[in-house]
Design a binder for this molecule. Structure first.
Ligand SMILES: [Zn+2]
Length: 200
């Protein structure tokens, strides 16, 4: 956990699309706590959504947490939590993506689903709840997000070999293909690479 100053770090970029003031307490107090895994997690959500991730509430002083009716043990008071709204995504979609993302990052963390936003935090223990009724109901998790499978991710080693042997000139281009950023079918790519290697 690190301590920051709104005055000094308000414009500090903690991730490509997130600056310090977004995490600071809405009471306007200068000091704020921030677990640096949080902006990383929010950036991953932003990259997935390809849209704005608005932080309704980040760090809260004890006084501010009490004022806004936060839980007495709120993760917001230790700088590990953010309540977010993601443009173009439902809170349920966001909660499901967070479930997948925290698992990928091996963070137990907390995810809370509300009517209009999602709470996400990077605490060391696991917590999941559905508060759309107004009352927190503990649940086991938010399954449902299926990550797109890379076209032929297992063949990156093959691309490395092909680049090393001079058969492919641009590894970045081919990585773009296998991660689905450039469209081609797995069979087309495999044929290209295999033919190239066979011709050598
Ligand atoms: Zn929250």
């Amino acid at each position: 956990m690190a301590t920051f100053s709104l005055k000094k770090d308000g414009n500090t970029r903690f991730a490509p699309n997130f600056i310090g003031r977004e995490f600071a307490c809405r009471s306007g107090v200068d000091k704020f706590l921030l677990d640096l895994r949080l902006p990383y997690i929010l950036q991953e959500i932003r990259n997935w959504a390809k849209a704005t991730v608005s932080i309704n509430s980040g760090y809260r002083t004890v006084a501010h947490n009490t004022k806004v009716g936060g839980s007495p043990n709120s993760q917001h008071m230790v700088g590990t939590a953010a309540d977010i709204v993601v443009t173009g995504k439902t809170p349920r979609d966001v909660a499901q993506f967070c479930e997948w993302l925290l698992a990928r990052e091996k963070i137990s963390g907390g995810i809370g689903l509300y009517m209009t936003f999602v709470h996400v935090d990077v605490r060391a223990t696991r917590s999941r709840w559905d508060q759309r009724s107004g009352v927190a109901v503990n649940i086991s998790g938010f399954p449902g997000y299926n990550a797109p499978t890379p076209v032929i991710s297992a063949d990156e080693a093959l691309i490395d070999r092909a680049v090393a042997s001079g058969l492919l000139s641009d590894k970045a281009l081919w990585l773009g293909v296998i991660t689905g950023k450039i469209t081609a079918t797995a069979n087309q790519i495999k044929a290209l690479i295999t033919n190239g290697i066979n011709k050598k």
